[in-house]
Design a protein around this ligand. Structure first.
Ligand SMILES: NC(=O)c1ccc[n+]([C@@H]2O[C@H](COP(=O)([O-])OP(=O)(O)OC[C@H]3O[C@@H](n4cnc5c(N)ncnc54)[C@H](O)[C@@H]3O)[C@@H](O)[C@H]2O)c1
Ligand SMILES: O=C(O)[C@H](O)COP(=O)(O)O
Length: 528
């Protein structure tokens, strides 16, 4: 099967080699589409690769009939409607590390260019003026740089600022004493950073909390003559407040790579001589572009071919080590969910999943999602996947509980899935048998040994002579071949079950005939 990938923003040709090399991938590059054209173009594509130019709206996603993955060749995903993507079961991946260095270098370049008024001086020279008086700068040495947001880029900027012999004070909700000590910087509150800094640079994502966090009140807390850098996201700094603060002489310089509205050709901040700017070039280096394109291309190929990704944005990521331990259980957990959903029809209130044995030592959330996906699939079909399984369960008011225990009662690992409904509890347990693969080992309280694959007939009956024989005869009449059979009972003459592996799907008419057999309480056809 061929996978179709649409690239709607300019990406490094060298960086997309994982897509070019992958077998069965058709790549279309179309970077000049209007939003309306893109809505039409997206139909039939399995993957969309973007940078920050393409705005991925709910409307665009609504018109995407095949889309499974969006790759953002960069960090910020504020151009993508993540809620809409999650809702539609579309995974979003980004490339969080590939442009860190470039963005940090650009930030430092902007700070130095601003401190020494290099763009203004160059501009004057280009206009045939040899002016040595208007461009008196300041040194960085011994000045204090305030960093708000000390993630990947913020930390790299801090390292470089130390190299410029600056003092650094930073605020980040996750900044520990240990990290600060390692970087040789001071930790401050936002207000302390604002008050102490000669230069302030922001490196947070644009979030509800960070939108316009550098506003009129924040400028009032700063030193006179402070200089501001934003190479993170437009909107973190209130542009009107910045304009006023510069005009009032409070802010001596601003170096901006990003803006509230992009792209633009005319901006009132650019009328001020104190402002230098670049058109969102933080990640625009050959190295960064190649690196981010490689990262997202790999994730797109891996996701579409083997279902795994390294940098999911709307799914918790699983480390490589943990993935190696839990990956063999993916198929089993989905099948356990599918099995349970077919032996019972009542509205599910709660799903309890117990991981017993070695698995209890790992982060098994990916297995839980997979189990829930298996359970919901029967009614929600292919619209449910790993991305939206938990969200859909939430929406239907289904509580999900994950329990772990290291004792697995004779098994290396045992996964027990239980659904709680108004009619009671139904459960199924499964394991991986060394060298033999997945097995269902318990259904409700009956011990069985069935391969969770293909077509099964699950029968509840009374443990009486002849019940098994009569079912066998009836299935022969229906031309249904039995490949394997398991029986289990609570007590001699009590309730019992039969698990038959058959060669084909059992039609509902045949199931109805089985139910009429003497001493048979119930029968269900199961397809796994
Ligand atoms: N100009 C460009 O071309 C360019 C290039 C790359 C990244 N970026 C942008 O740079 C920003 C940082 O990227 P990163 O890779 O360092 O991200 P990151 O996730 O590694 O770091 C972001 C940090 O911000 C912190 N943070 C969140 N809310 C905060 C708050 N209210 N106050 C203080 N800190 C807060 C987080 O704790 C985190 O440590 C993002 O907005 C990204 O989109 C821009
Ligand atoms: O968030 C990012 O990675 C940067 O803003 C880079 O955006 P770009 O890929 O559009 O240059």
């Amino acid at each position: 099967m061929a996978f179709k990938v649409l690239i709607s923003d300019p990406l490094s040709e060298d960086g997309i080699f994982p897509l070019r090399q992958a077998e069965g991938f058709e790549i279309v590059i179309d970077t000049d589409l209007t939003p309306d054209q893109l809505k039409d173009r997206i139909k039939g594509f399995d993957a969309l690769l973007v940078r920050s130019q393409t705005t991925v709206t709910k409307e665009l996603l609504d018109s995407a009939d095949q889309l499974k993955i969006i790759g953002r060749a960069g960090v910020g995903v504020d151009n993508i409607d993540l809620d809409a993507a999650t809702e539609k079961g579309i995974i979003v991946v980004n490339a969080p590390d590939g442009n860190t260095n470039s963005a940090a270098e650009h930030t430092v370049a902007m700070m130095m260019a601003m401190a020494r008024k290099i763009p203004q001086a160059f501009n004057s020279l280009k206009n045939n003026k040899w002016d040595r008086k208007s461009f008196l700068g300041v040194e960085l040495k011994d000045k204090t740089l305030g960093i708000i947001g000390l993630g990947r880029i913020g930390a790299e900027v801090a390292r470089r600022a130390k190299g410029q012999r600056m003092n650094v004070i930073a605020y980040d909700p996750f900044l520990t004493e240990e990290i600060a000590k390692k970087l040789g910087i001071e930790i401050g509150t936002v207000d302390e950073v604002l008050a102490a800094a000669d230069f302030i640079t922001v490196h947070t994502p644009l979030l509800k909390e960070t939108r316009r966090m550098i506003n009129k009140e924040a400028f009032e807390k700063m030193k006179d003559g402070v200089q501001i850098i934003n190479c993170a996201r437009g909107g973190i700094i209130d542009e009107d407040a910045l304009y006023d603060a510069i005009v009032a002489g409070k802010v001596a310089g601003a170096a901006l790579d990003v803006f509230e509205e992009e792209p633009f050709l005319d901006h009132k901040l650019l009328t001020l001589p104190e402002v230098i700017a670049t058109p969102h070039l933080g990640a625009s280096t050959i190295e960064a572009q190649e690196s981010v394109a490689v990262d997202v291309s790999r994730d797109v190929v891996n996701f579409l071919t083997i279902g795994s990704v390294r940098n999911p944005v709307n799914l918790p990521s699983v480390s490589r080590d943990v993935l190696a331990k839990i990956e063999p259980f993916f198929d089993l957990t989905e099948k356990l969910g599918m099995f349970l959903s077919q032996i019972q029809n009542t509205v599910i209130d709660e799903i309890n999943i117990q991981y017993a044995g070695e698995l209890a030592n790992y982060d098994v959330r990916a297995l839980t999602r997979n189990t829930v996906k298996g359970l919901l699939k029967r009614n929600l079909g292919e619209t449910v996947n790993d991305v939206n399984a938990r969200l859909l369960a939430d929406r239907y008011g289904i509580k999900i509980n994950e329990q772990k225990t290291t004792t697995a009662r004779g098994f290396m690992n045992l996964i027990t899935v239980e659904v709680v409904t108004a009619k009671g509890i139904r459960k199924v347990a499964g394991t991986l048998l060394n060298g033999l693969g997945p097995r269902i080992v318990k259904v409700d309280d009956y011990v069985v040994d069935a391969i969770p694959q293909g077509h099964l007939l699950f029968i509840r009956h009374k443990d009486q002579p002849g019940a098994i024989g009569r079912v066998g005869t009836l299935l022969a009449e229906e031309n249904i071949n039995i490949a394997a059979m398991q029986v289990g009972r609570s007590a001699e003459g009590g309730d019992a079950i039969m698990m038959l592996t058959v060669d084909h799907h059992v039609e509902s008419a045949s199931v109805a005939r089985v139910k009429e057999v003497q001493n048979i309480h119930d029968a269900k056809a199961i397809d796994l």
